[in-house]
Design a protein around this ligand. Structure first.
Ligand code: ADP
Ligand code: ZN
Length: 727
């Protein structure tokens, strides 16, 4: 037989099939060792055939006792190559734990001793020499325990085990050890679903193997519905994948799944050691684990016979991989749903605009849960105008209303969360008096401030503007750029409440492996009354005694140079607000902004997702943004500026020719330097275009072909769909 092998070397030239001779122990998906030039390299068998038209060498050996790539993933590999223009090997590497490659991790085995039950213990003991106390002790202990780890016995009865093995009295089994990621079990009670949960659950198990969008308000009990649905499909003999944004993979949620489903659960997240990751992967591929809970990349788990795939917080931007290999989780999930004839559920309180439009148009099914489990209304949201505070002489971080609410919350013994919006990390310029923010005249997106050049730039069209010294609207000189720091907030809080304990959570404080969980745990156990944090505290946490949520700089995320900035802001505000009043106590939200009249806050205040959706989707239609079109960026980069420019110009010329004959393509920015001209020593140029949705798939393929044909050494070309970052 002949195996078609992809070798594990990442270069464009070698990213193709090589033929090797093999016997019938080699199956599809096997990881193998093959001769390559004068080296031995690893590779994967992606095809088998009866003959080759070349002179071929034999495979040296198979590296695992089962195929590392399941058949479905070979199809997925082809899909990803076609869809994302990644190399075959890029895709394959996503499917196996990093350290499996090169044999850097191996399963660990324990040696477990037991007695040979063909002979009674009494007989064994009487056959031993008198005074062989170690052996006698060992036999007695083992007969009581049934089985014991060899290393334990060895430490107690030096030399005895070996002697007893030689006599055939003690037998040894090799048992695979699992480095199981820790998850603290939590007290779990199986609950009865509330009516709206039950309706959702009934849909998901109706037998229609479809795709659903679960739109459930914060606190509507989505997790419980997911777990019931998973249970249903497990009972049918099927398996499940549940994806959660990395940031919400808290000890709480992991503990919950472990408690409910025990050893059936495998957990995959970035905090695992290589050994743990490998063991979890092995438990999945060998069928020992039947539910995978993990972040984005868990969608590639080698799990067979999937009954349900769940994407929680589906709107979260972490589901799109920005770096190479770039992929969109929902598309991969759809591919696997179809292959397995499974149910796919995307859940959110604030669905992605594109997803919701698909639901309204009937492409996927919409399921709604409008009430909170506790029967309470959503927390009341007050909007505070910060430019008014400024006019009244308050230059601090907190508004008067926020200070009063904090005091009230603290005095009544409850907990508060203060959320600092850091979303718009790119710098912008804004008038503190009237809230004016500099925008591009052509693109209706906020301009980004480049301090080195003292310029404002539009990241969509490349237009440049002078930096502001005073406001073009009201003339004021109070121009602000940048954001409020976490430390500053904590400092002011300490002044106001010297005796109250405060926790802080941001990128600086959660560097350690478990610090994220520890901070949340401390807050849950009420070791602090106030938690201050960034995006990290926005999602999925359920703290019963939080009655106040404060949002600082709510408008910051409006000024990202991204057509999704309103959507992101709406999602963020709603998610954070949803942390308040989740138990029996009523909640309250105070939102501080310089743009109190912005429609995002109006709709967020009323929890009117549909209203927001209509407004937002209307403006997307008018300005021709997704979901009504698709934006594609071709990014060319090289350490050689000239080469980078040449390639981008050639690409541009060819794409222009395509544009001339296609009504589905509109190039609106051609071969210009990117707003950030150089990253990691590479000079960057970009071409931006708009595609109609109808023409997208075909044109994208043409662009990939074009990119391949114009490829040059040392020049990278990266094609992105609906990029979130246009730097
Ligand atoms: P969501 O993800 O929709 O914001 P959660 O899944 O976090 O909501 O649920 C909110 C709270 O309600 C959790 O503490 C959960 O344990 C509880 N809960 C969910 N369903 C029920 C139910 N049917 N009965 C009682 N409590 C429930
Ligand atoms: Zn512009």
């Amino acid at each position: 037989m002949v195996a078609e092998v992809i070798v594990d070397i990442l270069t464009d030239e070698l990213d193709r099939v090589f033929d090797y001779e093999c016997d019938d122990t080699v199956t599809l998906g096997c990881r193998v060792l093959v001769p390559f030039g004068n080296r031995k390299v690893e590779g994967y068998v992606i095809g088998l055939k009866s003959a080759s038209d070349r002179d071929i060498k034999p495979i040296i050996k198979c590296l695992d006792e089962y195929p590392a790539i399941i058949p479905e993933m070979l199809d997925l590999m082809r899909f990803m190559v076609d869809r994302y223009h990644v190399r075959l090997m890029d895709a394959l590497r996503l499917f196996v734990p990093n350290k499996l490659r090169g044999g850097k991790v191996k399963p660990q085995f324990s040696r477990i001793c037991r007695l040979n039950d063909a002979i009674s213990v009494e007989e064994m003991i009487s056959s031993l020499k008198k005074g062989a106390n170690a052996q006698i002790g060992c036999l007695k202990e083992l007969s009581q325990a049934g089985s014991m780890d060899m290393s334990v016995l060895n430490s107690r009865y030096r030399g005895a085990v070996r002697a007893l093995m030689e006599r055939g009295y003690v037998l040894v089994d090799s048992v695979e050890k699992n480095r199981e990621p820790i998850a603290n079990l939590i007290a779990d009670k199986e609950v009865l679903l509330k009516p709206s949960q039950q309706r959702a659950y009934d849909e998901f198990i109706s037998g229609d193997r479809e795709e659903y969008l679960l739109h459930g308000v914060t606190g509507s009990g989505k997790t419980e519905v997911y777990m019931h649905t998973i249970r249903h499909y497990l009972d049918l003999g099927k398996n499940a994948i549940m994806l959660v944004p990395e940031i919400s993979l808290t000890p709480q949620i992991l503990g919950l799944f472990r408690s409910r489903f025990g050893g059936d659960v495998a957990i995959l997240h970035s905090g695992l050691s290589d050994g743990e990751r490998y063991d979890e992967w092995r438990r999945i591929i060998t069928g020992k684990a039947r539910i995978v809970v993990g972040a984005r990349s868990a969608i590639f788990a080698p799990i067979k016979n999937i009954g349900v795939i769940i994407i929680d917080e589906e709107h979260d931007s972490s589901y799109v991989s920005e770096s190479n290999p770039r992929y969109t989780t929902i598309e991969v999930a759809r591919f696997r749903r179809e292959k397995n004839n499974a149910v796919l559920i995307s859940g959110s309180a604030t669905p992605d605009i594109t997803r919701y439009s698909e639901a309204l148009s009937g492409q996927i099914r919409l399921v709604e849960m409008k009430e909170r489990v506790n029967g309470k209304v959503l927390p009341k949201m007050e909007i505070v105008d910060m430019s008014r505070e400024l006019r009244l002489g308050n230059v601090g971080v907190f508004s008067v209303a926020m200070k009063e609410a904090l005091r009230e919350c603290i005095d009544s013994g409850n907990q508060a969360m203060i959320f600092i919006n850091r979303r718009g990390y790119a710098s912008f310029m804004m008038c503190r008096k009237c809230g004016y923010v500099a925008k591009c005249m052509d693109c209706d997106v906020s301009l980004t401030y480049h301090s080195t050049e003292e310029m404002l730039k539009c990241h969509y069209c490349g237009k440049r503007y002078r930096a502001l010294t005073n406001c073009p609207e009201c003339g004021a000189e109070e121009i602000r750029q940048g954001r409020t720091g976490t430390e500053k907030v904590v400092e002011e809080l300490k002044c106001m409440f010297p005796s109250v304990s405060i926790l802080r959570m941001d990128n600086d404080t959660v560097s350690g492996k478990d610090s994220h969980g520890r901070i949340l745990g401390d807050f849950r156990n009420r070791k602090a009354q106030i938690l201050v944090g960034t995006q990290m505290i926005a999602k999925g946490h359920d703290f019963p005694s939080v009655t106040l949520v404060g949002i600082l700089d709510a408008d910051l995320s409006l000024y990202m140079s991204d057509y999704r900035s309103s959507e992101r802001t709406y999602q963020l505000v709603t998610q954070v607000a949803g942390r308040a009043g989740r138990d029996s106590l009523a909640g309250r939200v105070i939102l501080q902004t310089y743009a109190p009249k912005h429609y995002v806050f109006r709709y967020a205040q009323d929890y009117d997702y549909l209203g927001f959706y209509k407004k937002e989707s209307n403006s997307r239609q008018v300005s021709m943004y997704p979901p009504y079109t698709t934006i594609v960026r071709v990014l060319v980069s090289s350490q050689d500026d000239q080469k980078s420019m040449d390639v981008s110009r050639r690409l541009y010329r060819e794409i222009k020719l395509m544009e001339n004959i296609s009504p589905d393509l509109f190039v609106y920015l051609g071969a210009m330097r990117s707003p950030v001209k150089r990253i990691q020593k590479r000079y960057r140029y970009q071409i931006l275009m708009r595609l109609t949705n109808a023409g997208y798939t075909k044109i994208l393929r043409d662009i990939y072909t074009l990119v391949d044909s114009l490829k040059e050494k040392d020049v990278n070309v990266f094609v992105e769909t609906n990029p979130t970052n246009l730097n």
